[in-house]
Design a protein around this ligand. Structure first.
Ligand SMILES: [Zn+2]
Length: 238
């Protein structure tokens, strides 16, 4: 490897990214990036949100994939990569369930409201530098595929983050890109988030090929690597 190791963090980031690179078969293409690692991430905090959670499974794929479980899998991979790099990560959920309890006769709607409020509390309490929400998309026309990223209109710097994140994700997965958009104000957590926020739709479960890819561990690792890398770049430059 052609990089100079400067400190322990750099070793961690480098080892991780070598491992990730080997895993995804792109070691050569990411080697130049490794030279840029090693700055101090101790001060940085990020909230990673795996969208939905049972009983709200989110979108259902054409082959039956339930969105919430892919969201969780990608989110955990992002958490792992960021944590190894010294960034403090708070997850909104760590298992398949939402943050509300079903056992006291609440409707699904009430549960979703409670779940969203709980997530908002987590973001507020964490005083995070960034909030990243991970989702999978769905559309009525199965041929539609690719990434969709939404930035938070209250923190204009997130537009640039969404753009760079999408570019990295597309570069490493080949997924189609669209223009990033301001998040719809009807999205509760994106309406007035306490921390700068980006919502990432990693692909369309309604597209049979993309659904297959999104279920693939290697593909998920690529997505997670790109998301984590762009978070790290953003935090270091902001
Ligand atoms: Zn979703």
């Amino acid at each position: 490897m052609l990089f100079i190791v400067k400190n322990r963090k750099e070793v961690l980031w480098s080892s991780l990214f070598i491992a990730t690179g080997l895993l995804v078969g792109v070691t050569l293409s990411i080697t130049p990036i490794l030279r840029t690692f090693g700055t101090n991430n101790d001060e940085h905090k990020v909230v990673i949100d795996a969208g939905h959670g049972l009983p709200d499974g989110g979108a259902v794929g054409i082959g039956g994939t339930i969105e919430q479980s892919i969201n969780l899998s990608v989110a955990k991979k992002v958490e792992e990569i960021l944590s190894v790099g010294g960034i403090e990560v708070t997850m909104t959920r760590n298992d398949e369930n939402c943050l509300s309890f079903e056992d006291d006769g609440k409707s699904l709607r009430e549960m979703k409201r409670e779940d969203m409020n709980e997530r908002l509390k987590i973001i507020k309490k964490s005083e995070a530098d960034l909030f990243i929400s991970i989702h999978m998309n769905h559309f009525e026309q199965p041929k539609v595929n690719g990434l969709r990223l939404f930035y938070d209109n209250n923190h204009p710097q997130t537009k640039e983050l969404a753009n760079s994140m999408q570019e990295k994700m597309s570069e490493i997965t080949g997924a189609k890109m669209y223009a990033v958009k301001a998040a719809d104000q009807s999205l509760f957590l994106m309406k007035n988030p306490p921390s700068p926020a980006v919502l990432v739709e990693c692909g369309f479960l309604s597209n049979p090929e993309e659904e297959k890819k999104l279920n693939d561990e290697d593909y998920q690792s690529r997505l997670a690597w790109a998301i984590a890398q762009s978070i790290k770049d953003f935090l270091e430059n902001s």
